[in-house]
Every structure is written in structure tokens, then in C-alpha cells.
Design a protein around this ligand. Structure first.
Ligand SMILES: C[S@@+](CC[C@H](N)C(=O)[O-])C[C@H]1O[C@@H](n2cnc3c(N)ncnc32)[C@H](O)[C@@H]1O
Length: 329
């Protein structure tokens, strides 16, 4: 199936070539016990190009899908790809912290299985004019939802040096954050920084030759800008408890994270949900103190060496999964 992203000129791509769903079989295996029932509801909170969703719909013939994405291009492309499943598919344009409202507004009281495959899609990275990739010169947009919000260029034009430094440190874990923030302030006094190519030049010029770098000098700054533009961490921090809240007993959730800041938030939310609330020293745990969830994998699971070898996007992935054991008090 060929696709053309709105507002972009040439790329006609093959969906299966540009995105191989990460840890697909493991996601299916972990969510399967919750999805066997005819009419079970699966929420793909990060629909993207529908790769995971398509496989779930094929594997579970009685499954209903509710697919969420904040990117209207993704919804359109996934909509075409999943059209053959007819009314088993409902797609909703929303930020995923609105998961409970999205479900309720479509008439579903709960979700049996939920998948979050975080981060940007291959489509967003590969379509140059979205501005996510430092390797391609493009307008510095970086909004996953191009219908709303502040662009990366707006941030570079308006944030003070202290705020730029803070986001590069916090969201990019960038050691040269202060130096890069200063260089941006100096450069924008000459001319606005509107394209990724110019930002890369500014960062390269500000990087001391002796600095020990892992990867491209722009990598961490681009990550930080993307997180700030899309408010990724604050949205995720609200979304995980909201998702846990719509799972019935036996319902399961899987989250795939691609950087440590996201994974830390998921780890913390799962740890809290799977902890006993019994006061210390009680000889017996009362039912109302029992953990609401149990963790389905120990720690964070990685992709296999075989998968990493064929799909480089699987290299940084961290998978976490949980199952609801009892209702909230
Ligand atoms: C890695 S891709 C998902 C790929 C998908 N699993 C597939 O197989 O095609 C992540 C998707 O999540 C979307 N996304 C990221 N953050 C979001 C948020 N806060 N709310 C809704 N969608 C989000 C992005 O727009 C992107 O399309």
C-alpha cells in the first residue's frame, strides 16, 4: 500500500518497509490472555501507522480496536491500512492522556488491553518537512499534532538562555547545555533560527573539538526540543495512571519506551500500582491493602539480538507490562 503524507511532496513509501512494529510477538503474547473474549477492547494509545494494531486485529478475530494518535497524518494513513477491518476499528484524534474520555465518548466502558509504543513514528522521522531529524534540513516544526501548539522554531526564538539550558539538560541530558543555549541566543540575534540545518551548524560550531561526544552533537538538543514541543513527559506522567484506571480485573497493559526519561516514569507508575499499601509491621496483609496490579515482566525487557539486528529502531526499547489484580479501593 502506498502512502503520501499531507503537505509533503514526493515520498510514496511502502508501509511494511518503513515501519516494522517493535517487539510485536512479545506484545501479543503479553496482552493475549486479556484479549481472548469475543468483543474484547484493545486500545492502541499510539496508533502510528497501525503496524501493531493490524497484527492484533488479524490475530484476535473478535477484537475491537480503539486507536489513538495526536498526529492527523498518522490517523489518516492507519485508517486506510485498517479499513478492511470495518466497524471493528474506531480511531480518535487525541493526546493519549485523554484515553479515558476517548474511550467513554466512543461508548466503551473499559479497555481489556492497552499498548503504548512511545516516541515518534518512522513517518514523522522520515518525512523531512516535519523537522524531527537533524540529518535533514527542514523547517523546525517538531509538533506531532500539526494542528496546534508551539513549534521548535518558536521555542528557539522566544525562550531565554536559562530556559533553553534547562530543557537541554533535563530532556536531552546534554552536558554542553549551557554552551549550546548561549550559542543559540547569540545566533538568533543575527537571524531567526528556523531550519534544522542552521541549528545543526550552530551546535556544531559551539562544540569544542576536544569534547567527548557519543553520537551527533545535535542529537540530544533535538530530543530535548521534541519533548518540550510536545510536552511528552508531563503528558505521559498523566497518561499511565489514566490508562491503569480503565483496565478491569484481568486487563493488561504493555508500554514500549525508547529513552530513559520515559522509562523512568513508566517504571515509577507501575511500581506504585503494584505495591502493597499495608502499613509496615502488620502481620497479615488485608485484602484492601493488596497490590492492585502485578508486573508481568521483571524489570524492563529488551528486544532480542536478532530483532535489533534486523530492526535498528528496536535497539533502545524497554518493555514493561502489568495486569490488574483487583479493583481500586
Ligand atoms: C512509535 S509510533 C507508533 C507506531 C505504531 N505502534 C505502529 O506499529 O505503526 C508513536 C505514535 O504515537 C503518537 N504519539 C506520541 N505521543 C503521543 C501522545 N502524547 N498522544 C497521542 N499520540 C502520541 C505519535 O504521533 C506516533 O504516531
Amino acid at each position: 500500500m502506498g502512502i503520501r503524507a499531507e503537505g509533503s511532496s514526493p515520498p510514496i513509501m511502502n508501509l511494511h518497509e518503513i515501519h516494522t512494529p517493535v517487539m510485536l510477538e512479545r506484545c501479543i503474547e503479553l496482552l493475549a490472555p486479556a484479549l481472548q473474549r469475543d468483543g474484547a477492547v484493545f486500545v492502541d494509545a499510539t496508533l502510528g501507522m497501525g503496524g501493531h494494531s493490524e497484527a492484533f486485529l488479524e490475530r484476535f478475530p473478535g477484537l475491537r480496536l480503539v486507536g489513538l494518535d495526536r498526529d492527523t497524518d498518522a490517523l489518516r494513513i492507519a485508517g486506510e491500512r485498517l479499513a478492511r477491518f470495518g466497524d471493528r476499528v474506531t480511531l480518535v484524534h487525541t493526546v493519549y492522556d485523554g484515553i479515558a474520555d476517548a474511550l467513554a465518548s466512543e461508548g466503551f466502558p473499559a479497555a481489556d488491553g492497552i499498548l503504548f509504543d512511545l516516541g515518534v513514528s518512522s513517518l514523522q522521522l522520515d518525512v523531512a518537512d516535519r523537522g524531527f531529524a537533524y540529518a535533514q534540513d527542514a523547517p523546525l516544526d517538531m509538533r506531532m499534532d500539526q494542528s496546534a501548539g508551539t513549534t521548535a522554531a518558536d521555542i528557539l526564538a522566544t525562550y531565554g538562555e536559562g530556559d533553553l539550558r534547562r530543557i537541554f539538560e533535563r530532556y536531552g541530558e546534554e552536558k554542553l547545555a549551557g554552551r549550546y543555549a548561549r550559542a543559540i541566543i547569540a545566533a538568533r540575534a543575527q537571524a531567526p533560527i528556523e531550519r534544522s540545518g542552521r541549528l545543526v551548524e550552530i551546535l556544531q560550531a559551539a562544540t569544542p573539538a576536544a569534547a567527548q561526544r557519543t553520537g551527533h552533537p545535535a542529537k540530544r538538543v533535538f530530543q530535548a526540543l521534541r519533548i518540550e514541543v510536545n510536552r511528552e513527559l508531563s503528558v505521559l506522567e498523566r497518561a499511565i495512571p489514566a490508562a491503569l484506571g480503565i483496565l478491569p480485573v484481568g486487563g493488561r497493559i504493555v508500554v514500549l519506551s525508547y529513552q530513559s526519561l520515559e522509562d523512568r516514569l513508566v517504571k515509577r507508575a507501575f511500581a506504585e500500582a503494584s505495591a502493597s499499601t499495608a502499613p509496615r509491621g502488620l502481620p497479615v496483609e488485608l485484602p484492601e491493602h493488596a497490590p492492585r496490579f502485578r508486573l508481568l515482566v521483571k524489570g524492563a525487557e529488551l528486544a532480542t539480538d536478532e530483532e535489533r539486528a534486523v530492526n535498528p529502531r528496536a535497539t533502545p526499547v524497554r518493555l514493561r507490562a502489568a495486569e490488574r489484580m483487583r479493583e481500586d479501593a
